[in-house]
Design a protein around this ligand. Structure first.
Ligand SMILES: [Cu+2]
Length: 505
């Protein structure tokens, strides 16, 4: 079992030297990408047609993540993150997407209940945005809350492609009523850059509760791994990073979040990582979690630390009641020192930004669940056993669901699960690997109904972290006909087989 202490730096190269120059001057670069919401829209009219509500342009751009630290990545509109798109629930929008690259692209509207024509997944049949071409997307946004958009291209062994690039941006779908009173919204997109392959894991593993393993899953996973290592196989490739950013700036090099005592700030936080699980704490403050993956939670309790799997979102209110200049950052010292943080600065407070590690805390989705409630019984149960073939695919781990890998060649495959319209399905995820998998369902939301043996109800999400050697159950109602992709959101897992397709009968 991999432990929280990071082994990433064993694999680090000379770039560490440059990263060591991180300083904590909050005023160093005020011109960084703003963390504050703007209502700005960009649009380009198409001759003979009505102008789009938004225009996105996919193109390679330099992004300055710290002074003189410039990366070249594919972005939306030349910035990282892509522009915040604000939609209104149920009001149709038009988005023009231009592709200025040589690669066919897919733009996925993560967390939205929309059709396969615009969802942005080749496996579902969404047309590609052709190289040096464009697509006009028309759809009706829903449900309300924090969503996002990102490329759905597979990257395989190419660390410049897929979500390793800068193709991530937040979406906020305004509900008719905001859940909770606040003074200001702040959007934060967490994302690493400068990826590299390593042969050992550094994923935090021991932060979730309940922590109990299922013995049969553990036996299965451990014996498979032992057999592979005994044959002389090395551990399969994993991905590490040299640079860490919030809103595209390394800690100390972006605009601080300037606050006043007594304010209530609503943070909309997006883990835009291709592969990583992130944590976030703000010394002396607590987060009142009001929504997970954009969906209001039944029990909006306060917690000292947030954890977000790849593609997860959290909306949380922080009451500014502890004046000072603070680092809001990742609990992993190494990642924070390499940029994963942002300064929160109270008015008229002098001094350098301070980091204080929070007390030990375990993340458990059921804190936010409906107390004493039970989810309705499903009409059918879908069993999924998740397994790993260590280093079996040119040194990459090959991932299987019920023994089958989704092909890596781009060919279309027949759907593995068939849905009846209107039926409630329970997906029983049994993870026979020691990795945490952020599992994502397209075009539908699911309800968490069991976590490591403990039933729960009332939490609607579109990504769930399934712990190593654990079982998790999620229910969804088949209410949006069409091909539907179900996959691990960890790029190096989905690209190497961890995907399956549903269709409607
Ligand atoms: Cu995974």
């Amino acid at each position: 079992m991999k432990e929280f202490s990071s082994s990433r730096r064993h694999f680090l190269k000379t770039a560490t030297v440059a990263a060591g120059a991180v300083c904590f001057s909050p005023r160093a670069h005020l011109a960084g990408h703003s963390v504050i919401t703007t209502g700005a829209t960009e649009s380009l009219p198409i001759p003979g047609d009505s102008p789009a509500d938004y225009t996105l342009r996919i193109k390679a751009s330099p992004v300055e993540i710290a002074p003189k630290r410039i990366i070249s990545v594919v972005t939306y509109n030349g910035h990282f993150p892509g522009p915040l798109l604000r939609f209104k629930e149920g009001r149709q929008v038009t988005v023009d997407v231009f592709n200025d690259t040589d690669t066919p692209e897919q733009l996925h509207w993560h967390g939205q209940r929309i059709s396969t024509d615009v969802d942005g997944a080749a496996e579902e049949g969404t047309p590609f945005i052709p190289p040096h071409g464009m697509r006009r997307l028309v759809f009706t946004p829903s449900p309300a809350g924090l969503r996002f958009y990102h490329t759905h291209n597979r990257a395989g062994a190419n660390l410049a492609a897929g979500q390793y690039s800068g193709q991530v941006g937040p979406v906020y779908i305004e509900p008719s009523q905001e859940p909770g009173r606040y003074d200001r919204e702040v959007f934060l997109t967490l994302k690493e850059f400068d990826p590299f392959f390593s042969r050992g894991g550094d994923m935090p593993m021991n932060f979730m509760s309940p922590a109990a393993h299922v013995k049969s899953l553990e036996d299965l996973g451990e014996s498979a791994m032992k057999a592979s290592l005994a044959k002389g196989m090395p551990h399969g490739y994993e991905v590490g990073y040299d640079s860490f950013t919030i809103n595209g700036r390394m800690l100390g090099h972006g605009d601080p979040i300037r606050v006043k005592s007594g304010q209530r700030i609503l943070f909309h936080i997006l883990n835009g990582s291709a592969t990583e699980i992130r944590s976030l704490a703000l010394p002396g403050h607590t987060f009142q979690v009001i929504a997970l993956d954009g969906n209001p939670v039944p029990n909006p309790v306060r917690v000292p630390v947030l954890w977000l799997g790849t593609a997860e979102r959290i909306s949380a209110i922080v009451e500014m009641n502890h004046p000072g200049v603070w680092i809001m950052g990742d609990l992993a010292d190494d990642d924070r020192r390499h940029g994963m943080g942002i300064v929160v600065e109270y008015a008229n407070q002098p001094g350098k930004p301070q980091w204080i590690a929070p007390p030990p805390f375990r993340w458990n989705y059921s804190r936010f669940a409906k107390l004493g409630a039970a989810a309705p019984s499903p009409g059918a149960v879908m069993e999924m056993l998740i397994a790993k073939d260590n280093a079996a695919e040119h040194g990459f781990n090959r991932w299987t669901i019920n023994g089958t890998s989704y092909p890596m060649t781009g060919e279309t495959v027949p759907p593995s699960f068939h849905l009846s319209l209107g039926k409630r399905y329970r997906v029983r995820l049994r993870n026979a690997t020691d990795d945490i998998h952020p599992i994502h369902l397209h075009r539908h939301s699911f309800e968490l109904t069991k976590l490591a043996g403990t039933p729960l109800a009332g939490i609607l999400k579109d990504v769930v972290m399934v712990g190593g050697y654990q079982e998790t159950e999620v229910d969804f109602v088949a209410d949006n006909p069409g091909l539907t992709l179900f996959h691990c959101h960890q790029q190096v897992h989905m690209d190497f087989g961890f995907m399956t397709l549903f269709d409607y009968l």
